[in-house]
Ligand binder design. Structure first.
Ligand SMILES: Nc1ncnc2c1ncn2[C@@H]1O[C@H](COP(=O)(O)OP(=O)(O)O)[C@@H](O)[C@H]1O
Ligand SMILES: [Mg+2]
Length: 293
């Protein structure tokens, strides 16, 4: 069990689940780890920063229908509009909505939802002169969001573009789910170069890599087991983070809970108890980490 956070005066920590590959478990891990942290007594906000909005769907929110009508009511506004509102130069595009008006709460965890409009983020901010990579960080700081939560958990998109650079500049820690295959090896090598680039830019400290999480590992496939060892060695080498957690195997319970839009903490069978333990461990890593910034 982790410590109980939110001791007075302690600022919230931003932790992002990142991998530029899709289908590796970012959304699954962000969702269940948010509930693990909540069960440990922490106050948690999750921010969906994937235009595909899968995390928002897990919370039961589908803003795409509302957005299609071109009618900007509060029910269709999302993180995209909040980010745009926080850029003074884009005044013509401002919607005037407050972040607190867009919070959707379910079972004790708060969500700032996403929608497909977020795929236009890069283009929307292409012409501004203020630092484009700092928009998310400034949005969080200017609104005092770090003072309201113990943890802000971010679900990232399957890209390595400006949105991810914004996430990396705003995050104190990153968790990296991956599937042990050759593509992951190359992809993650690229990711670590982006982290170094952020460090080199000197505008923001790079986040601490908190853990690598092998996911969807097939127990019976020898070849993959072999890859996992190789990849593990390489990851540890590149990232200075020796924390590679025990693999998550392919589990029907995860598919079932997500199709029912529930976290693993909503079930009580022995199989779910094992999964709960695994997500508790991820939450412990987040709670016990010493962040550099
Ligand atoms: N350990 C697992 N066992 C079974 N299914 C999983 C597991 N991890 C993820 N999934 C499923 O794989 C798909 C992709 O996972 P997701 O979390 O959406 O990945 P990402 O966000 O990286 O694209 C989802 O349908 C999810 O339910
Ligand atoms: Mg996802």
């Amino acid at each position: 069990m982790g410590i109980f956070a939110r001791t007075s005066g302690k600022r919230g920590r931003v932790v992002a689940f990142i991998n530029q590959k899709g289908g590796v478990g970012k959304t699954t891990m962000a969702f269940n780890t948010a509930y693990a942290l909540k069960c440990q007594g922490a106050k948690v906000l999750v921010i969906d920063l994937d235009p595909q909005a899968n995390l928002s769907l897990l919370f039961g929110l589908d803003l795409s229908l509302a957005a299609e009508s071109d009618d900007l009511t509060e029910s269709s506004l999302n993180i995209h509009h909040l980010l745009i509102n926080s850029v003074r130069e884009l005044k013509a595009l401002h919607t005037g909505v407050l972040w607190s008006e867009l919070i959707y709460q379910r079972d004790g965890v708060d969500l700032l939802p996403s929608s497909q409009e977020l795929s236009g983020f890069e283009l929307s901010v292409a012409g501004i002169s203020s630092p484009r990579q700092m928009i998310l960080k400034r949005f969080l700081e200017r609104n005092g969001i770090l003072d309201q939560y113990d943890y802000i958990i971010i679900d990232g998109p399957p890209t390595l573009g400006l949105l991810v650079v914004n996430i990396l500049c705003a995050a104190h820690g990153v968790m990296i789910p991956f599937r042990p295959d050759d593509f992951s090896r190359k992809g993650l090598a690229h990711f670590y170069r982006v982290l170094e680039d952020i460090d080199d830019m000197g505008v923001s400290a790079k986040p601490t890599v908190l853990a690598h999480i092998p996911n969807l590992v097939e127990k019976r496939r020898k070849q993959e087991g072999c890859d996992l060892n190789l990849i593990t060695e390489e990851l540890v080498d590149r990232s200075n983070c020796s924390n590679v957690v025990d693999p998550f195997y392919n589990r029907a319970q995860l598919v079932k809970s997500q199709s029912q839009k529930r976290s693993v903490y909503d079930y009580s069978s022995i199989e779910f108890a094992q999964l709960q333990e695994k997500f508790n461990h991820l939450a412990d890593i987040i709670q016990e980490a010493s962040y550099e910034q």
